[in-house]
Structures are given as C-alpha cells and as structure tokens.
Design a protein around this ligand. Structure first.
Ligand SMILES: [Zn+2]
Length: 168
C-alpha cells in the first residue's frame, strides 16, 4: 500500500526552521501524526512530498513559507490599548501577558483568533496576529509508520477516528 487519497497515514516527523536549524516540533512513535490523506487537513505541499511512499520510507524536504503558513504581514501587528486587557476590577495583570504568550482575542466580526504578545508598554500591548510560523521555511524529516484504508465514516467526516483521531 502506498500513500494516496482516502488512506489514513501515520508518520513521525521533526520540523525545523530551515534557515536557523532550530527545532520547532517533533512527533514520537507513541504520539505520531495521524491524518486522512487528500482532504486538505495538512499543508498541500507536505502531502505532495509523501505521495506514493510506503511504510518504512523516510522523507526529507523543505517547504517555503509562502507555501506553508504564509509570509509575515506587518499589517497583522497591532497596538492595542492596555485597557482592553483590564480585569473586571480595572487592573492590568502583567503576569498574564508575558512576551511570547498567545492570547485568545476576537476581531470586529467576532471571529476568534490568537495574538502573540510582542511587547508590553505602560500604554499598550504590541500584538502579532500572524501565524507563529509565518515567514518560516519548514524543514521536515521523518518516516512513514503505518498506512491503512479509511473507513467510510472517516471519509464522510473528513477526519480520522479512533486512536490519535477524533473521539465522538
Ligand atoms: Zn468523525
């Protein structure tokens, strides 16, 4: 069996920043990445790179930022008045807003999004709404652990059920 549409793929990978070599994340055999191939659940170019591989095959490739999480957009960095972050007593608790923290926010239309704290001043928080990996070229190295047929339910739902998948 080789990787193609409507198969459930388990794999291990290590993701690094291609420019700096810094490790971003890594799966393990106990907690592999498990996904339904070909439904747009993961980065399209990632899928293209593992197409046709079989269990035990390894892979290594780089995906440019523009084909992954996009380039960082300066317009996605906002200066937000500190009052917005006051608690119910009108106080600002700096402990809750360390630099680098991801803070749940909502935009004018009520959509949920997360902003990363870049800087806190006495007047405002500078917050970056770009994806944390925007502007990063992704270097993947890994191995295919398992491939199986998807159930009809999984195909209908567009995601994996059972271990490492959705439970519902
Ligand atoms: Zn489901």
């Amino acid at each position: 069996m080789t990787i193609q549409e409507k198969l459930v793929v388990s794999l291990n990978y290590k993701l690094s920043d291609h420019k700096t070599g810094e490790k971003i994340e890594e799966t393990s055999t106990e907690n592999p990445m498990v996904f339904l191939y070909g439904v747009g659940a993961i980065i399209p170019e990632f899928e293209e790179n593992i197409y046709g591989k079989k269990v035990g095959d390894s892979f290594e490739f780089v995906i440019k930022s523009e084909n992954a999480y996009g380039t960082a957009d300066e317009n996605q960095v906002a200066m937000i008045p500190l009052e917005v972050f006051h608690d119910e007593n009108g106080n600002f608790n700096a402990e809750h807003f360390p630099v680098g923290a991801l803070i749940p926010m909502s935009d004018n239309e009520g959509n949920n999004l997360r902003g990363r704290v870049v800087e806190v001043t006495p007047e405002l928080i500078k917050m970056d709404f770009n994806h944390p990996l925007a502007g990063t070229d992704l270097h993947f190295i890994g191995e295919v652990l398992a491939i199986r047929e998807a159930s009809q339910d999984e195909i209908d739902h567009g995601h994996v059920h059972g271990e490492h998948g959705h439970h519902h």
